[in-house]
Design a protein around this ligand. Structure first.
Ligand code: DUC
Ligand code: ZN
Ligand code: ZN
Length: 481
């Protein structure tokens, strides 16, 4: 009789396809059986009364990313991945940022050095392409894609990152030829610059004006343009951090025209609103991110699009800057104009618990949809076939949730290095009790059991369609000819 390394017994086991009650057996870091009364095993975890899901895949987060304005991201690959793990995420795909003038080989080498010896969970890298002026940049991309960097992000705004539409067409075309995925940050840069200048002339520098300088129309126009560029090239693209109903409409309209546009949203668009930017004194800076949180009506539209399969992925866009820090939000003190406040909110640890509590337990989405949004779809879209699933052969990246645990989110209980959470004081129900990465317990009941360096780089394959809203598995029948 097989003796397993581990059996997780009797949990409510949820995948993107279904929910059932069974045991899960693990050997050598992989799932080897699902069924009833599995055993014997070296270790048994009693999961009766618990919910068991694949470990989360956070496909949009910023760790140890260089900046060009003297601000500093609070998390490196140690604190960022520890925080992710405590929140149920077992794979992260942060960005390897190309600073202008850098060649991509150097970028990738830098990020491997940042992550190796630090990450407690598995990781891959998306490339941020900010400079295509030298022909070598585009020439080195096919080899990098073949080596497992199968996705890249392009920006339509930010002076030090943005590409022209023409450059984005080139990137999309290369992605089409090579089978890679392009992620697009869709905001109209000239509109933002024009509105910002007008606000500064009028002395409007408080955090709230950050949101007013980037209204939904700015995102709507850029989303339309991003879809159009993908249409012209005849390829797919993924619109990241969608925040507004008007942008959601563009995505639906593009799909109705037959385009394969994928879409991501983030907790800040489900749980924060523009009112959070208008808080007292400097507090509103804590919620400055781009695109900005919108009003209540837009928040509701984002929830609906999450439930009706418009969104494929929920990522954190974890971009942690401390509040009380000269290299963080208040770079020029409490009156720092919004134009000098680094953009981003921390959220790598709260992403899954917030959606579990307010999405699943409040009946807005089902458990399978939760799995699709937080792990399965990202695993397929970004080429991680062993992640995001509880099938035989998958990596044993598993979260055992205590679905009844009531937790007040406070910064003190989180593990990122930012000095605040935008969700301070919020009550949630359900929290990860045990988190496993490739069969090894990373966190159990609030204790970290992993050592830095345990996480492995994941060379990613080419994208597949998401588990919901398309052919899920890439199976095309028996190979012919
Ligand atoms: N917006 C981004 O595009 N990236 C990081 C954080 C943010 O708010
Ligand atoms: Zn972005
Ligand atoms: Zn981002």
């Amino acid at each position: 009789m097989t003796r397993y390394d581990l059996v997780i017994r009797g949990g409510t086991v949820a995948t993107a396809a279904d929910v059932t009650t069974c045991d899960i057996a693990v050997c050598d870091g992989r799932i080897v059986a699902l069924g009833e009364d599995l055993g014997p095993a070296e270790e048994v975890i009693d999961a009766r009364g618990m919910v068991v899901t694949p470990g989360g895949v956070d496909a949009h987060c910023h760790l140890d990313q260089p900046t060009s304005d003297g601000s500093r991201f609070a998390d490196d690959f140690a604190s960022g991945t520890i925080s992710a793990a405590f929140g149920g995420t077992t794979t992260v795909i942060p960005f390897a940022l190309q600073m202008r003038g850098q060649n991509l080989r150097d970028v990738v080498a830098d990020y491997h050095a940042k992550a190796a010896g630090k990450a407690v969970i598995d990781y891959g890298f998306h490339l941020i392409l900010s400079d295509l002026t030298r022909p070598e940049i585009m020439q080195e991309l096919p080899a990098l894609i073949a080596e497992g960097y199968t996705s890249f992000k392009v920006y339509m705004t930010y002076d030090d990152l943005k590409l022209s539409d023409r450059d984005i067409l080139d990137v999309l075309d290369l992605a089409r030829r090579e089978g890679a995925m392009t992620m697009i940050h869709a905001e109209n840069t000239d509109c933002i610059a024009w509105l910002t200048e007008r606000m500064l002339r009028e002395g409007k520098t408080a955090p709230l004006y950050h949101a007013l300088s980037r209204p939904a129309a700015v995102e709507r126009e850029a989303t339309h343009r991003a879809c159009t560029l993908a249409e012209i090239v005849g390829t797919t693209a993924l619109i990241v951090h969608v925040s507004a109903g008007e942008a959601i409409e563009q995505i639906r309209a593009a799909r109705a025209r037959g385009l394969r546009i994928l879409a991501e949203t983030c907790p800040q668009y489900l749980f924060l609103t523009i009112d959070d930017l208008g808080g007292p004194g400097a507090q509103g800076m804590k919620c400055i991110c781009s695109p900005p949180p919108r009003d209540k009506a837009n928040q509701e539209l984002v929830w609906r699009a999450l439930a009706d399969n418009t969104f494929d992925i929920l990522s954190s866009d974890h971009a942690p800057f401390s509040f009380d820090d000269a290299a963080g939000k208040q770079r020029r003190g409490p009156d720092t104009p919004f134009t000098h406040v680094p953009n981003g909110v921390p959220g790598i640890e709260t992403r899954m618990p917030l959606l579990f509590s307010e999405g699943v337990l409040k009946g807005r989405i089902g458990l399978s949809r939760f799995v699709a949004l937080t792990s399965a779809n990202a695993a397929r879209i970004y080429g991680l076939p062993r992640k995001g699933s509880l099938a035989v052969g998958a990596d044993a990246d598993i979260v055992i949730w205590d679905p009844e645990r009531e937790v007040m989110i406070t910064n003190g209980r989180l593990h990122h290095r930012a000095d605040y959470t935008p969700y301070e004081g919020r009550m949630v129900t359900g929290w990860p009790a045990v988190v496993l990465s490739r069969g090894t317990v990373v966190c159990r009941d609030g204790a970290l059991l992993a050592r830095p360096g345990q996480g492995r780089f994941q060379a990613r394959s080419r994208p597949l369609t998401p588990a919901t809203g398309g052919a899920a598995d890439g199976y095309r029948g028996r190979p012919r000819g």
